[in-house]
Design a protein around this ligand. Structure first.
Ligand code: NDP
Length: 321
């Protein structure tokens, strides 16, 4: 099978197309013939060494496809089933192995590419506004990178729960997309002071900031939050936030801060399935729209990473084997 392999950390050039034997499923595993592979910002951290990884490895965590074969003891799925998964290593390949309990069933009306687009970024958006800081009517949320993969989905889900949503984006084109996802106010944080602008819109401060940009936004994000509001730092697209003096939370208004990650929010199968059911249901009823901006052939993974890091993309990027 064709796969992408990384044998040393570095830039997009370390993504190499290789030929590998198609693996056979062991006990409890599925072999999936992939229709779509998700690209996510975490793939960049793992490729570049920000998150250390044993080498060599096949990058990618997310995909959707058809079960080709099952290992001994698998009763959840059978060959021919449509499945998707949000978090299992080795996704950038024509075939992948995963523990059956880490896969979810894809409803007949949901195309596999759409299912893939709802997995890692969809489940992240879901846990952020349902579990980390459950937004409700009357809340105001600030969402950075509002036209990104997580950003477009989080905006829609937070709006559906009744919140007012302010987003930040880097270009007018991204602003239009963010508005079409339901953002009430969109700030071009590359040309405006987003903290001052947020305070102009909501003088008392927002209830929650969902900050995935990190290094370049973190300090100003703290300026946007009302007393006893919450800072949710969930990524570092611009770089990692340096060590933080907790004393600052008191001075800024007894703020709460958390640094959540998806793995802890889909660790139990029941929770994984429940989030997937919510997301597929919202998609099927038209309440949640995906935006698959680019589909790259698997062999063009380098190009996909280059575009993502250059802030050229919006919504979901897929690799297609
Ligand atoms: P995005 O599609 O959101 O792409 C990243 C976006 O970040 C860019 O499009 C850009 O939007 C913005 N950005 C701001 N500064 C920079 C910079 N210096 N370099 C690159 N991008 C920048 O990616 P994803 O949806 O895949 O992920 C979004 C974030 O969420 C990532 O930080 C990721 O790590 C995090 N994440 C965290 C999870 C968790 O559980 N903790 C799970 C999933 C994702 P603009 O041009 O508008 O500024």
């Amino acid at each position: 099978m064709k796969a992408i392999s990384i044998s040393a950390p570095g830039g997009p050039e370390v993504l190499r197309l290789v030929d590998l034997p198609t693996p056979a499923p062991k006990a409890g595993e599925l072999l999936v013939r992939q229709s779509a592979i998700g690209i996510n910002y975490i793939d960049v951290y793992l490729r570049s060494g920000v998150y250390p990884s044993a080498m060599p490895f096949i990058p990618g965590l997310e995909g959707a496809g058809i079960v080709e074969a099952v290992g001994p003891g698998v009763s959840l799925f059978a060959p021919g089933d449509k499945v998707a998964y949000p978090q299992n290593p080795g996704a950038y390949a024509e075939y992948t192995l995963l523990p059956a309990e880490r896969a979810v069933s894809v409803p007949p009306n949901v195309p596999l590419r759409e299912a893939c687009a709802l997995m890692l970024q969809g489940m992240t958006a879901h846990y952020l506004c349902h579990s980390t800081f459950p937004v409700k009517p009357g809340h105001v949320a600030l969402v950075h990178a509002g036209a990104g993969g997580v950003g477009l989905l989080l905006t829609q889900l937070a709006k559906a729960r009744g919140a007012k949503v302010i987003t930040t984006v880097s270009t007018e084109e991204k602003a239009a997309l963010s508005r079409s996802a339901g953002a009430d106010h969109v700030i071009l944080y590359t040309s405006k002071d987003f903290a001052a602008e947020t305070r102009r819109i909501i003088p008392g401060g927002v209830d929650v900031v969902y900050d995935s940009v990190g290094k370049t936004t973190f300090d100003a994000s703290l300026e946007c939050i009302r007393p006893r509001g919450m800072m949710v730092l969930f990524g570092g697209s611009s770089g990692q936030v340096p060590p933080f003096d907790l004393q600052r939370l008191s001075a800024k208004g007894s703020l709460f801060i958390t640094r959540p990650t998806l793995g802890h929010h889909v660790a139990e199968r029941a929770e994984l399935v429940s989030r997937a059911t919510d997301l597929f249901g919202a998609y099927e009823t038209g309440k949640l729209r995906t935006r698959i901006e680019f589909e790259y052939p698997l062999a063009n993974a380098r190009r996909a990473h280059t575009d993502l890091e250059a802030r050229k993309t919006t919504g979901k990027l897929l690799l297609v084997p």
